[in-house]
Design a binder for this molecule. Sequence first.
Ligand SMILES: Nc1nc2c(ncn2[C@@H]2O[C@H](COP(=O)(O)OP(=O)(O)O)[C@@H](O)[C@H]2O)c(=O)[nH]1
Ligand SMILES: [Mg+2]
Length: 364
Amino acid sequence: MTERYCQGCGARIQSTDPARFGFVPEHVLGEEKTVRCQRCHRISHYGRDELGPVDAADSIESIRAGIEWSTGVCLVVDLLDFDAGLPPELLGLMRGKNALLAVNKVDLIPPKTPVSELESWVQSRLDYYGLPHMRPVLVSAANGFGFPALADQVTALGNQVLFVGITNVGKSSVLQRLLRMRIGGGKRKQIEPTVSPYPGTTVNVSRWHCPGGLILADSPGFVPGGRISDLLAPDLAQQVIPHKTLSSHLYEVKEGDTVCIKGLCAVECIGSTAPGLLIGFSGSGVKWQKSSGRQLDKWLEKDNDAAPVKDWEEHIVQLEAGQDLFFSGLGWVSARKAKYKLRLHIPAGAEYTVRPNLVGPKKK
Ligand SMILES: Nc1nc2c(ncn2[C@@H]2O[C@H](COP(=O)(O)OP(=O)(O)O)[C@@H](O)[C@H]2O)c(=O)[nH]1
Ligand SMILES: [Mg+2]
């Protein structure tokens, strides 16, 4: 019998072990060439992933093989978690390939922020990371924004295009939408890439044959280091990953004040040049709050055995007016009117970046 693969997640189909990827009960397996495994079926219908994420090391091998196979690569990043979406190791695997950048989840930015402003911000970040040649396209797989332009750019990548990116940025969603468009052959009756709120759903490279000899392929997510959401249990991680319209909370902050996300991160003001403001941004189920520094241990839940974070690290950071302090996989705070000296309390291993502000008036 020839081997078959799940079209939804790319796992090799097997009928022996329901606790492994690619399981389809033998009596259900028909003659069809394209099949969907029990896990993808349950994720799509009940939003339940009973097997958990694919192993990160296995994912890298699949991504490497997929990139080698491809004539061009579309890197997908989440605009709300932009800086986490460009890990050097993944960019290294793409080196020398014809590449395109789909900046997804634009629908989560409040509509009053002009798209042209987002585009120039993205371009300035690409320049900063030494990627000025990567062509960005702003898109939303949720509402279809930017897809005609994306389809054109994808066509220019040759006949074998692979979608890559870190976990949960929307690779499978972007591909699903393209497959429903003319480039993908329209609304044919076919098994689509499995989209899931949990990271680590796509197991292996899965390919779709489209009109004109074009093949579009999905790949497992690359697991970046330092993302706070990846340091948490899956249910909490799901709340923390950006999935809601970006919300902001503005606080007057002076020396001795703290803004924090309960149990996950705190930013303590230890000096400022003037009375200023810190704006906390998040696109998820958690939000920034202000408190006095004396309450810090309580906000970090340091004496709570059931708290999501056990090991903490402290860092000192300078933040100027018009800069964001971005926490990978969580959100960011943005300074206005004053230059701050801040002490950060973050989960051990979490990464942060200081960058020009994404939202709000820009420095000329
Ligand atoms: N708001 C919003 N959510 C999105 C968008 N694209 C994907 N998502 C959600 O992000 C999560 C991860 O999507 P998925 O395509 O499975 O990501 P993958 O791991 O990169 O393949 C799912 O909950 C999707 O519904 C988008 O453009 N806007
Ligand atoms: Mg996926």
